[in-house]
Design a protein around this ligand. Structure first.
Ligand code: SAM
Length: 244
């Protein structure tokens, strides 16, 4: 099927989209195998960070780069949630899971760099393991802030840079040497699971990402490491109207 999404990006964005289309059939299974299912705990931790912002009866959440909808489905336990992704095969798998769950989750095709929503639409905006893949990090942060209501909360769950000596070397070996072999073989992708550690290496570290969130206009930016910094949870807020 011809992709209906108009990209802000480029050839690079198309390559990312094609890569995820190729690994969509094995994406969930490999996530859980390769992380020993720790990824599920990380997503639940992300949802806990924003749960208080989803208690109002009319609260709504947006999950950007939702992929196969694992985080959107966790958010859907608390409030109606929309997930957006630019890769149809990832969305198709997510839609099947949403249908089985019966939770109030809707998935849409869309580009993180041109989110198809009006300003100030959501109480919570999240992204898990997605923003690293968007070709323009500042552009994605700006779109997330634009669609967040004043006073709303943002959470970014992403692979990061381990901070615990020993773990750094051990995980570095696993991530760079073992994971790509298993991932590329099982998914039959020539490169997706080699791209993964390379993309994390080039992604800003914890403090730098926090600074970029502040530059994008988020307030109260803070972060905490998960599993010794293998992943990190960054949170922030859009200033409330009373603060501006
Ligand atoms: C590693 S997956 C993460 C999926 C899901 N959030 C999760 O937690 O498993 C990254 C996703 O980002 C999506 N993505 C990358 N760039 C995007 C963009 N510019 N707009 C929308 N989706 C994008 C990919 O299609 C892919 O589904």
């Amino acid at each position: 099927m011809e992709n209906p999404i108009v990209f802000q990006g480029s050839e690079k964005a198309r390559r990312i989209q094609a890569m995820f289309a190729g690994i969509a059939p094995t994406y969930d299974q490999l996530n859980h195998w390769l992380s020993l299912s720790i990824d599920k705990r990380w997503r639940r931790a992300a949802v806990r960070e924003v749960a208080d912002a989803l208690t109002r009866p009319d609260a709504k959440a947006l999950d950007v780069c939702c992929g196969t909808a694992d985080l959107a489905l966790e958010l859907g336990r608390l409030a109606p949630t929309v997930g957006v992704d630019f890769c149809q095969p990832m969305l198709a798998r997510g839609m099947e899971k949403v249908r089985r769950s019966g939770r109030p989750v809707r998935l849409l095709a869309g580009d993180a760099l041109a989110l198809p929503f009006a300003d100030a639409s959501f109480d919570v905006v999240t992204v898990a393991f997605g923003i690293r893949n968007v070709v323009d990090l500042d552009g994605a942060l700006s779109e997330m802030r634009r669609t967040l209501k004043p006073g709303g909360k943002v959470v970014i769950l992403e692979f990061s840079h381990p901070v615990v000596p020993g773990l750094k070397q051990l995980f570095g070996f696993y991530f760079a040497r073992i994971l790509p072999r298993i991932g590329n073989a099982v998914s039959r992708s020539g490169y997706a699971y080699s791209y993964l550690p390379a993309s994390v290496q080039h992604f800003p570290d914890q403090a730098t990402l926090a600074a970029q969130m502040e530059k994008a206009g988020f307030r109260d930016v803070t972060w905490r490491n998960l599993s010794g910094g293998i992943a990190a949870l960054h949170t922030g807020a859009r200033a409330a109207l009373s603060d501006v």
